[in-house]
Design a binder for this molecule. Sequence first.
Ligand SMILES: Cc1cc2nc3c(=O)[nH]c(=O)nc-3n(C[C@H](O)[C@H](O)[C@H](O)COP(=O)(O)OP(=O)(O)OC[C@H]3O[C@@H](n4cnc5c(N)ncnc54)[C@H](O)[C@@H]3O)c2cc1C
Length: 320
Amino acid sequence: MSVLFLAEHQQDNYKKSAFEAATFSKKLAEKLGTTAIGVVVGKMNNAGSLGKYGADKVIHIQSNQEVSFDSQVYTEAIAAAANQSSAKVIILAHSSTGKALGGRLSAKLKAGLVSGVNALPDTDGGFKARKSVFSGKAQGIYNITSDQKILTLTGNAVKPVRSENEASVETLDVALPPARISVKEVKTVQGIVPLPEAEIVVSAGRGMKDPGNWGIIEELAATLGATTACSRPVADADWRPHHEHVGQTGIAIRPNLYFAIGISGAIQHLAGVNTSKVIVVINKDPEAPFFKAADYGVVGDLFEVVPKLNEALKAFKAAQ
Ligand SMILES: Cc1cc2nc3c(=O)[nH]c(=O)nc-3n(C[C@H](O)[C@H](O)[C@H](O)COP(=O)(O)OP(=O)(O)OC[C@H]3O[C@@H](n4cnc5c(N)ncnc54)[C@H](O)[C@@H]3O)c2cc1C
């Protein structure tokens, strides 16, 4: 018996979600009295470094090439690793990869699936997984009764815990089916932490009035080392790129700090951000719904408040 987790990686580097899955799996494995095993698919040097975040062992399904993501191929790979490690629980990140795999893997293994969990399951007398429901207004508790169980883990729900351990690496040969998807080109935004991994997010909405006004948002984000995001109408109007759109129909995020600037706080926007640990709202309308979800609020004109906040933060950093 084990807790198996998929460690996502890119160009020989583990993604932050892999470290979160490792730490989460280790804690769950300790509760269940078993081991946490990572599975890595494709070319990856230094696969054993996952041990630093909790993996007791790594199963490496090797390839000399980068293996493009094809959910059918990956499902076979993870099912083989689950079989090899007698996995009772499989942890995936709640990323586009994890979401694409969860359903397929659940059907293949006849395993109950809860997607988007944000806390360790309660394992006393059952296996109860917890996730946000109704746009973050409530917590749903799901008792999984199947023999094998699958969870996808919300980003930033767990802080990776680092140690000096190194995991042993075991190679697994699996006859994988040929991929039916071929990736022609990968364009990666350089130098910016992807939104689901970002610890600080500076987000702005229609209150910005014009795409040419975004300089103050980018400057604030640069000062804070934050990633920028936006509301849906802003992305729909092509004021900002679509990958910045957060909310019910955009990306759901859970940063440690979320700035909502000139965003009203419609329920569809809140659905993707209201589990952020600290929310700061800047809006000129004191009745804006976002203030109800805010930890800190500034009622004021963003064109005055944001530059002043940025100057104050820069002065604070300079004095450190
Ligand atoms: C099915 C469905 C799905 C949707 N999914 C999403 C989603 O995923 N994400 C999303 O964001 N929306 C989504 N929406 C749209 C959502 O309902 C809102 O329309 C949208 O979030 C509003 O965007 P906004 O707050 O930027 O704009 P507005 O509602 O226009 O709000 C602008 C805010 O800026 C403030 N403001 C204006 N000027 C200033 C100033 N100078 N200084 C300070 N504050 C100022 C105003 O007081 C106001 O509160 C969805 C809608 C539907 C129907």
